[in-house]
Design a protein around this ligand. Structure first.
Ligand SMILES: *[C@@H]1O[C@H](CO)[C@@H](O)[C@H](O)[C@H]1NC(C)=O
Ligand SMILES: *[C@@H]1O[C@H](CO)[C@@H](O)[C@H](O)[C@H]1NC(C)=O
Ligand SMILES: *[C@@H]1O[C@H](CO)[C@@H](O)[C@H](O)[C@H]1NC(C)=O
Length: 249
């Protein structure tokens, strides 16, 4: 298991002043990804950071390994260190990790978060659609991942960063991650020849293909190399719908 590395904080670095980025990415145009949420939580008395994304006015999706106590969410943010007028900080009413989430293999690494009150949708805060049957992913497809996570120098970013990634063949992740990679619940993405990847702190953010949420940043090799593994949202559509329906207010 030492080669698996959940994309959230384990080793706490002293936070640097310099802006960081997703590996090989660029700063996103402010509020161009209005579904993105910044998430922090506490686990074993340490602060951890993740991404999440809005799928209903009162529900976000993230990774189950972003579960902890005092989960807090900021919607409508670009620079999370600035008091931007667009930001909405709403308390989390309930966190619902997938009941079959396995914290050893990272299978079923998906979690729903219900907000205490509905987010106000506007130019800076909006929903990201879930995949439909016809949106089936194929290797070679270009997708975007965004987050406030680590760059190559292992520093967090204050501003939202984004990078384009290509979906890879399942076999590439089977070769790299062996039995941990599950074809039915996971997506393999990121060209091994390119130094472009999601990294620590990007967990829980969406892999967006044609403006649809297809994956959730889950795990990868500790050194930041590709390909990396994303939870396949398509496999969890009925769980997502059923769970959100059970918690209407
Ligand atoms: C999350 O960040 C906020 C500042 O944005 C801070 O006040 C809060 O204590 C942090 N939560 C945890 C669990 O570390
Ligand atoms: C994984 O889950 C088990 C059972 O819920 C728990 O005892 C254990 O501490 C967890 N391990 C990690 C690394 O979170
Ligand atoms: C893949 O995940 C599914 C859903 O959790 C599970 O039923 C199946 O046994 C897993 N397959 C392998 C090979 O672990």
């Amino acid at each position: 298991m030492h080669f698996l590395f959940p994309l959230f904080v384990i080793l706490l670095q002293s936070p640097g002043d310099r802006a960081g980025e997703i590996i090989g990415g660029r700063e996103a145009k402010p509020h161009s990804r209005p579904y993105m949420a910044y998430l922090n939580f506490s686990l074993k008395n340490k602060e951890n950071k993740c991404g999440a994304f809005l799928i209903r006015e009162d529900f976000l999706l993230t990774a189950a390994h972003c579960w902890g106590s005092s989960i807090s969410i900021i919607l409508g943010a670009h620079n999370i260190k600035k008091p931007e007028k667009t930001q909405q900080k709403i308390h989390v009413l309930r966190a619902i990790p997938h009941p079959q989430y396995n914290n050893r293999t990272f299978n079923n690494d998906i979690m729903l978060l219900q907000l205490e009150k509905k987010a106000k949708l506007n130019r800076a805060v909006d929903l990201l659609p879930l995949p439909r049957m016809k949106d089936r992913l194929k290797p070679g497809k270009r997708c975007i991942v965004a987050g406030w996570g680590w760059d190559r120098e292992e520093k967090y970013s204050n501003t939202l960063q984004e990078v384009e990634l290509k979906v890879r063949k399942d076999n590439e992740c089977k070769d790299k991650y062996h039995r941990y990679y599950n074809i039915s619940t996971q997506i393999c993405a990121g060209d091994p020849k390119e130094s472009k990847a999601s990294f620590k702190g990007d967990s829980g953010g969406p892999l967006v293909c044609d403006r649809v949420a297809q994956g959730i940043v889950s795990y990868g090799n500790k050194d930041g190399t590709n390909p990396r593994v994303y939870t396949r949202i398509f496999s969890f559509l009925s769980w997502i719908k059923k769970t959100m329906k059970a918690h209407e207010y």
